[in-house]
Design a protein around this ligand. Structure first.
Ligand SMILES: Cc1ncc(COP(=O)(O)O)c(C=O)c1O
Ligand SMILES: N[C@@H](CCCC[NH3+])C(=O)O
Length: 426
């Protein structure tokens, strides 16, 4: 698989004028590559080429930027959404409702109503009370909701504990052992059309074995459900395939290997297969460009203080995630450094004792593999503005999310009269 590789100040798949973007938009700024997005969709599709009409529903949570979604919509992808906000964003970007699947343990009645009005392809239910609520909402609208149950196969995905979703202690899905009972109960709910089975065991998976084990459990369940008279027509195999973050680590399994495994395991299932890739599509299609504010002496290694922080890219502080950090114009020298942001938290650290390009104040650095779970997880902590986003396509680039004006940093709150009043009260 090809990656969004960055060589001598330019990305391999697409020439990105980093310095020009930094000068015009300012830093920090997320930059996405259309060519790389397109390539990743192609590589994933190619991996699944032995399957009959699979539905590839991009996990919007990985990158909900409107221009990114519109690019993926043009390439024919559907969407996996987990909130009404994501549903509306996906549709506004041109993804049709009949390619949208709604996941998540906490869908509210209002969210269900809107998704039913739009006519989405499938609700992935995660509990019996949720099934009962959806049935009631659908009946009140004179509709039947197309549903699958997401099963929890109790498989260890071998990834970071905070992004593992398929172990019995995780909040996701219905217990595998209760699945037959849950499906039987769902069949008795008149507002539901039970059409499928779903699974998703975690993210950034670097081994196919746990995926294969989970899919085998789905296959066995489909057979038993059919035996009990359920008309199972879909199987949603989720997302989760990992991407390379650290060039010194072995490459994760390729989409071709994944596709071969899926083709083998799902032989004879006779369902429409669905997939929910997120990171694989966008991870290596984006970088976070930042500028070095200053370099400060440290006890063991210098602190390179950059203008991006944990509020812009949370993954290193939340999961100790590793992102490659490269100088846009390397000087040919390397040394150990600690890369930190300006936020008042020790956890606002991108790298410790990292062997990296030597950089100084004013230099641009790129955080690689930042297209997935980057901007989407940003916050305004420390009253910092949300990071702007840029999309590159060939020799064109455009700001696809503007940096809010400084004034916006104090907008939104209101001070009630009793607080504003100068009167001193009790
Ligand atoms: C239900 C579901 N589908 C798809 C995804 C996308 O996962 P990934 O970005 O690892 O492909 C996630 C996130 O882990 C998820 O929770
Ligand atoms: N946010 C996580 C992935 C979570 C996937 C959502 N279930 C990450 O950055 O790796």
């Amino acid at each position: 698989m090809d990656h969004f590789t960055y060589v001598d100040g330019a990305m391999l798949v697409e020439q990105v004028p980093m310095a020009e973007i930094a000068a015009q938009v300012g830093t920090p700024v997320y930059i996405y590559s259309t060519a790389t997005l397109t390539r990743h969709v192609g590589v994933f599709r190619e991996g699944l080429s032995q399957l009959d009409d699979p539905l590839i529903a991009f996990a919007v949570k990985a990158n909900p930027n409107a221009a990114v979604l519109a690019t993926l919509a043009k390439l024919g992808l559907g969407a996996d959404v987990v909130s009404v906000g994501e549903l509306l964003r996906a549709m506004a970007a041109g993804i049709p409702a009949d390619r949208i699947v709604f996941s998540g343990v906490g869908k509210t009645a209002d969210e269900m109503r809107i998704a039913l009005e739009k006519g989405i392809y499938q609700f992935n239910l995660e509990s019996e009370p949720e099934a009962e609520m959806l049935s009631e909402v659908a009946l009140s609208m004179g509709k039947r909701a197309p549903v699958a149950y997401r099963i929890n196969p109790d498989v260890d995905a071998g990834t970071h504990a905070k992004i593992s979703t398929g172990k019995s202690e995780n909040k996701f899905g219905i217990p595998y052992d209760r699945a037959l009972a849950s499906y039987a109960a769902a069949r008795g709910l008149p507002g539901l059309d039970v059409q499928g089975v779903a699974v998703h065991i975690g993210s950034q998976l670097t081994d196919l074995a746990p995926l294969e084990a989970a899919f085998a459990k789905v296959g066995a369940l489909i057979e038993r459900l059919r035996g009990e008279g359920h008309d199972i027509r879909t199987a949603d195999l989720g997302g989760g395939l990992g991407v390379p973050y650290d060039p010194s680590q072995p490459l994760p399994p390729s989409p071709a290997d994944y596709g071969a495994m899926v083709t083998k395991v799902t032989q004879g299932w006779n369902v429409r297969l669905m997939f929910e890739p997120g990171r694989l599509i966008v991870g290596n299609a984006g970088v976070l460009l930042s500028q070095v504010v200053r370099v400060k002496q440290g006890a063991q290694a210098p602190f390179v203080i950059v203008d991006a922080a944990m509020n812009d890219l949370l993954r290193p502080s939340l999961y100790d995630a590793w992102h490659d950090i490269r100088a846009v114009q390397p000087k040919g020298e390397r040394a150990a450094a600690n890369v930190v942001g300006p936020v008042c938290e020790t956890g606002d650290t991108f790298a410790m004792h990292r062997d990296m390009d030597v950089v100084g104040a004013g230099d641009l650095v790129a955080f690689m593999t930042a297209g997935a779970y980057g901007a989407t997880m940003a916050s305004t902590y420390n009253s910092r503005a949300l990071t702007p986003e840029v999309l590159v396509s060939g020799d064109k680039w455009a700001v696809v999310r503007a940096r809010p004006p400084v004034e916006a940093l104090i907008e939104g709150d209101s001070i009630p009269a009793w607080v504003a009043s100068k009167d001193v009260q009790d």
